[in-house]
Write a protein that binds this ligand. Structure first.
Ligand SMILES: [Fe+2]
Ligand SMILES: [Fe+2]
Length: 477
């Protein structure tokens, strides 16, 4: 009899289609039931992490964290989808994916969701939750049979690849953001969370309820309340400013393409308000099929990317973007004055408007005409993303209202109710609507070694008197 270790494949080719050695595959590994029990826990972990990250986007002031939460939430959503599909392949219907697989997991994620400040949230997410999840996935890879369970091993490998990126970011975020004082304050809570995840093999076992005494809830003893008020860090100055009408400049046929790229970059960076707003739709809309949340999270992440494209463009042109007033008006008003479905209606109404000749295609053409290749690339992909978003709107928004015509009319109607607050914010002393345009334009001219064009420099049209979306002109999104 040949021992597995001395078995030879034909011409010493890699065995088992490259999956594993015969020796490794000859170890029995986990059974289907045990695999499903674990995969359901991983699914629950990604599901809850997606929920937490999404819910904390809006009120997180730090831009780099806002965009990272948007990214990580999307990655979690993709792994939720992969795990759901895999569980469905394992003799499992009814899937039972909505059930809480273990109370300790539920308490852990509830606690992190309710973390009182950013520092605690970062510790809960990146020091505990993602690390423990990755460790559990590693144990799964070790315990399961690489041949019999190859489809699970494959999705776990993908998940760990992205968890590695998430954890690298998280580690840096902990170092850059969390103060020594916070580390000390929350040290005990971190230990408590780690302890919860280790109770009864919460990440790996098959127990559903806690065997030992139920640990007391701390932050989550009071149910979490979503904070829908968008917040920004202090690089974002004069956030109620509506003093520069970017669309009016961009669509003016008399004005040259090159400075128009600055207005487009402003519009891109201003899109940070879309994740702030979409996070509120996702968080406050319950009971939809999973694919709804996955698709909405994809779009949310795209919008965060659009904002970052604006950031990159400005930096590449040597322009200090903090001197442009990146307004919070849109997300603030939609989040506080509209219901989730009304916000979705407005979003779709704006996005279908971007599909016209004067929408995203035009922005890409301006990018090409400007002679700045980076801007053309940015607008090319921005356009492609918006086509996807219009499709997602047709998939999820329109059926919620009825037919296309009714859905558009509803979006228009919802948006019409948001009257211009130009005078109101001025009267409240929130802004003087200062004209930031000449300062931004002058900075770019230095990079371009050009003298400012007198007409371009003199541009001073504001949003005063305009409906927030200017009817036929694009808003955010
Ligand atoms: Fe979009
Ligand atoms: Fe966008």
């Amino acid at each position: 009899m040949t021992a597995p270790s001395s078995y030879r494949s034909h011409r010493d080719l890699p065995t088992l289609a490259g999956l594993a050695s015969i020796e490794d595959a000859a170890r029995p590994g986990l059974g289907v039931e045990a695999c499903v029990a674990r995969l359901k826990r991983f699914h629950y972990a990604f599901l809850r992490l997606h929920e937490i990250l999404t819910a904390r986007i809006t009120a997180e002031p730090i831009y780099e964290l806002k965009t990272a939460f948007s990214h990580h939430a999307y990655l979690c959503a993709e792994h939720v989808s992969a795990l759901r599909q895999r569980v469905g392949e394992m003799r499992e219907p009814p899937l039972g994916l909505e059930a809480v697989p273990h109370e300790a997991l539920q308490i852990t994620y509830d606690e992190i969701l309710a973390a009182p400040i950013t520092d605690a949230l970062l510790l809960g997410l990146y020091q505990v939750a993602f690390r423990e999840l990755d460790a559990a996935l590693e144990r799964y890879q070790r315990d399961t049979n690489p041949l019999t369970d190859a489809p699970s091993v494959r999705i776990i490998r993908f998940a760990r690849l992205e968890l590695d990126d998430i954890l690298s970011f998280g580690q840096r975020a902990l170092e850059c953001v969390v103060s020594d004082e916070s580390s000390a304050t929350y040290r005990e809570w971190v230990v408590y969370l780690q302890g919860l995840l280790q109770m009864d093999d919460a990440m790996d076992g098959s127990e559903r309820a806690l065997n030992k005494n139920k640990p007391a809830r701390r932050f989550s003893a009071t149910p979490y309340v979503y904070d829908r008020i968008p917040k920004r860090d202090d690089r974002f100055q004069d956030v109620w400013n509506q003093g520069v009408n970017a669309e009016s400049f961009l669509y003016n046929a008399e004005l040259p393409a090159k400075p128009k790229t600055l207005m487009m970059l402003y519009k891109r960076l201003r899109e940070i308000d879309v994740p702030e707003m979409m996070a509120s739709i996702i968080t406050e809309t319950k009971g939809k099929p999973w694919d709804y949340y996955r698709d909405m999270s994809r779009q949310l992440w795209d919008e965060a990317r659009h904002a970052m494209m604006g950031e990159v463009g400005f930096v590449a042109l040597g322009v200090d973007w903090t001197k442009a007033c990146i307004t919070v008006n849109w997300s603030h008003r939609l989040n506080t004055e509209c219901t989730p479905i009304e916000r979705h209606a407005v979003l779709y109404f704006i996005e279908q408007g971007l599909m016209t000749k004067t929408g995203k295609r035009y922005e890409w053409e301006v990018g090409l005409e400007s002679g700045l290749p980076l801007i053309a690339t940015i607008q090319d992909f921005d356009w492609a993303d918006e086509v996807l978003h219009a499709q997602l709107g047709r998939l999820w928004y329109i059926p919620a209202i009825g037919d296309w015509k009714t859905a558009i009319a509803y979006g228009d109607e919802c948006w019409s109710r948001i009257l211009s607050n130009w005078q109101e914010v001025k009267d409240q002393g929130l802004t003087q609507h200062a004209n930031w345009w000449p300062g931004i334009y002058r900075q770019a001219c230095v990079t371009w070694s050009e003298n400012p064009d007198v007409t371009v420099l003199a541009f001073a049209e504001t949003y005063e008197g305009a409906r927030a979306d200017l009817k036929n002109v694009t808003g955010s999104a």
